[in-house]
Design a protein around this ligand. Structure first.
Ligand code: ATP
Length: 509
């Protein structure tokens, strides 16, 4: 997998992602999507939206405002509980998430386990049974027990809000500031991740608001409006994509953890008691959606949560193998009736559904699927970027984006800038652009133009040459195989439809 720095610089150099307000040296953990990035992002969003809303007759979409009545966030628990524990190093003045410091310490022990496994794999070669080794080797068992003890204590201390013990744990483990090596720590404090702002002109009448930290609450407060006006019958879902804001304590790793980001969420409303089946079903459906993009089954895994958020009775992450290891890409949460019941209580409005089959009123249960659009972008982009050595020993930079998501689908290239070739090439662009994002490029030698389109992730190049003028054929070059075939201009629409029609991709789910 490509080095992370290379991914960030490629994203900038080829017009995918820029640091925000770069002329002022940027803003920490805030990014802008550039001309190609915005197209890739939109294609990911469409791929999600179509699979959710267009393909499910019982899922509809909404677009709620970012500002919401402030009581929303009291009811949802975010005012009281949307905190991360932070700790400062007194010498380096660097700020960390206390839980992440401890988790990183455990990850280092995990690396030791991996080293032992690697050594043993070499020693025992084919007869090596990894599972048995991990379960019985005294050194590995010792490491694993240590990790389990540490994480259990961390979990319990956080659960009890015993922040003094989280600090004790950091001190007992001798964890040092990764920047300075200093062990001179402040106490651990809770830090609320919501951004506050004000609504209204005069200071005394202004109302304190928050920028939403998740899109889900816009769905919950509209549950009854949608159910009634859409005459929806349970089970049904409401989907939404949109911006969310979190004042993350440590925001590194490019667009993996941002302070302003976009979520794609779907809340599925179900009868109480059926949450287990629906939870399992949505876990599978969502994994299949990811797999349909063809980025390798081995790059995904489920991680079931042990420590559950205040609203959940079951939760799992779909983790993806990012350049820095397996990390959360999407969350699937069985949220019970927590949100709707809480909004009932705070708003004093009934948020219930009359179920004609059960002949009773109830507050529906909810299973949520929530994926970060920017994280999905990073998953696709980092997986796709690779340096390839070709048969002749030269190398090329390839952005092997799933064709359905590529920002530009085809580039039309006249072999030379004269003899009527540009005119014919432009005619082809004008014909194809109704269906597909099509580019025209006549600058530089054709080999260099191919390389440029490879680095942009364009799946096909169409080259117009002198023969094209005579027999109305062109060459169609495949980005991944670099194979070229001669095809009739008249056949292009059909050929391209086979490659790009979303139907051929989503049918795999
Ligand atoms: P994490 O543990 O990484 O902080 P989370 O568990 O708080 O994430 P959720 O609240 O479940 O995340 O949000 C759902 C999804 O939104 C995540 O799976 C992730 O893809 C995305 N997401 C959350 N926080 C961020 C962020 N700061 N930047 C980009 N994407 C994010």
């Amino acid at each position: 997998m490509t080095d992370f720095k290379k991914i960030i610089s490629h994203a900038k150099e080829y017009g995918f992602v820029f640091p925000s307000s770069e002329i002022y040296d940027g803003l920490s953990a805030v990014y802008d999507y550039a001309q190609n990035g915005v197209a890739l992002k939109k294609n990911i969003r469409d791929y999600w939206w179509k699979s959710m809303v267009q393909l499910h007759s019982n899922i509809v979409g909404i677009d709620a405002a970012i500002f919401m009545h402030p009581t929303t966030w009291k009811a949802s628990g975010h005012v009281d509980a949307f905190n991360d524990p932070l700790i400062d190093n007194k010498d380096s003045k660097k700020r960390y998430r206390a839980d992440v410091l401890v988790e990183d310490y455990c990850a280092k022990i995990e690396t030791k386990i991996e080293k032992e496994v690697a050594k043993a794999t070499k020693r025992f070669s084919e007869s090596f049974d990894k599972e048995q080794f991990v379960a019985t080797n005294p050194r590995v068992v010792g490491y694993q027990e240590k990790i389990n003890t540490i994480l259990k204590r961390l979990g319990q201390s956080l659960e009890k809000e015993d922040l003094a013990d989280v600090k004790n744990l950091i001190e007992e483990l001798g964890i040092a500031c990764p920047e300075s090596g200093s062990r001179n720590w402040t106490d651990v404090k809770q830090f609320n991740l919501m951004f506050g702002t004000k609504l209204g002109a005069s200071a005394d009448s202004a109302m304190d608001l928050y920028l939403r930290p998740e899109t889900a609450q816009g769905i919950f407060v509209n549950f009854l409006n949608v159910q009634k006006t859409g005459r929806m019958k349970i089970p049904f879902g409401i989907a939404q994509t949109g911006k969310a804001f979190r004042n993350e304590i440590v925001a590194r790793q490019f667009i993996f953890r941002m302070r302003e980001f976009e979520q794609m969420e779907m809340q599925f409303f179900i009868p109480p008691g059926t949450q287990k089946e629906w939870y399992e079903q949505w876990k599978q459906t969502r994994l299949n959606w990811h797999l349909s993009l063809g980025m390798g089954e081995e790059n995904y895994r489920f991680h079931d949560h042990e420590k559950l958020a205040h609203y959940a009775d079951a939760a799992a992450d779909i983790e993806f193998k990012f350049p820095f290891g397996f990390k959360e890409l999407e969350g699937i949460h069985s949220r019970t009736d927590f949100d709707l019941s809480s909004h009932e209580e705070f708003s004093r409005k009934k948020l219930q559904y009359f179920d004609p089959e059960r002949n009773e009123n109830y507050v529906p249960y909810v299973v949520e699927t929530s994926v970060g659009l920017d994280r999905m972008f990073l998953a696709v982009f980092s997986w796709a970027l690779r340096e390839e050595t070709l048969e002749d020993g030269s190398s090329r930079t390839l952005l092997k984006l799933p064709a359905v998501l590529a920002p530009t689908k085809v580039a039309v290239l006249p072999l030379v800038k004269k003899d009527g070739l540009p005119e014919l090439a432009n005619e082809i662009v004008d014909n194809l652009k109704w269906e597909h994002a099509t580019a025209y490029d006549e600058k530089d030698a054709v080999g260099r133009r191919y390389r440029r389109q490879d680095a942009l992730g364009t799946p096909f190049c169409i080259t117009v040459d002198h023969q094209s003028l005579e027999d109305k054929t062109v060459t169609l070059r495949d980005r991944d195989s670099m194979q070229q075939e001669r095809v009739a201009i008249a056949d292009l629409p059909k050929l391209l439809d086979e490659k790009f029609n979303i139907k051929h991709w989503l049918q795999k789910i």
